[in-house]
Design a protein around this ligand. Structure first.
Ligand code: SAH
Length: 198
């Protein structure tokens, strides 16, 4: 099974990674590498994340089947599929329109019907659909966008890389408890930059 040997603790997450056809989300010329545990180019200077990091970020969200999730940085749509398998509804935002379109096409073809798509700057989140039980950001910002903190439900979890672009960043899990935010450092990662548009 592809990805069965990734060092993840949540077996549900691992089962989902084994089930989703990652080759469908990868441009044709890289398809032979789709089941390697590496990031790959998806065009527009962006990458499909490394499967281990997708799994790690997902397990840190501790998703329940009733959860509503916000994802910033749809990219290829691969992480979106993982979230859609484990949560009730996924709201995903991407700034680069052709990537959003292609992700939507692939996810529709694979039969996902619990994903809402938007082309916009994810900095502002998706106010009308908030609050979210979980928020995942797949691009590195220098600080947590304040609107996203506001849109997190009480007890909600946010997982995101924070740090300067072009270097390694720190992966953080932030848990909202009443008016407090508990921040946990989950180690070093490397992501494409969070870019402001519009
Ligand atoms: N999980 C995705 C990761 C894609 S890379 C995958 O595995 O395919 C991160 C994505 O975030 C890129 O597609 C980039 O265009 C997008 N992005 C960067 N800044 C953004 C912003 N402010 N709002 C929405 N998306 C953004």
């Amino acid at each position: 099974m592809p990805f069965a040997d990734l060092e993840l603790t949540d077996q549900r997450v691992k089962a989902v990674l084994c089930k989703i056809p990652r080759d469908q989300f990868v441009p044709e010329e890289y398809r032979s590498y789709a089941y390697e545990n590496i990031p790959l180019p998806i065009g527009y200077g962006q990458t499909i994340s490394q499967p281990y990091i997708v799994g790690l970020m997902t397990e840190l969200l501790s998703l329940k089947p009733t959860d509503r999730v916000l994802e910033i940085g749809t990219g290829s749509g691969y992480q979106t599929a993982v979230l859609a398998e484990l949560a009730a509804q996924v709201y995903t935002i991407e700034t680069i329109e052709p990537l959003a379109k292609s992700a939507q096409e692939i996810l529709t073809r694979l039969g996902y019907d619990n994903i809402s798509f938007r082309v916009a700057d994810g900095y502002f989140g998706w106010e009308e659909a908030s609050p979210f039980d979980a928020i995942l950001i797949a691009a590195a910002a220098e600080e947590v966008p304040p609107p996203l903190k506001k849109q997190l439900a009480n007890g909600g979890r946010m997982v995101l890389p924070i740090g300067a672009p072009g270097k390694t960043q720190t992966l953080w899990r932030i848990i909202k408890q009443n008016d407090r935010f508990i921040e946990e450092n989950k180690g070093l990662v490397r992501f494409v930059p969070f870019t402001r548009r519009g």
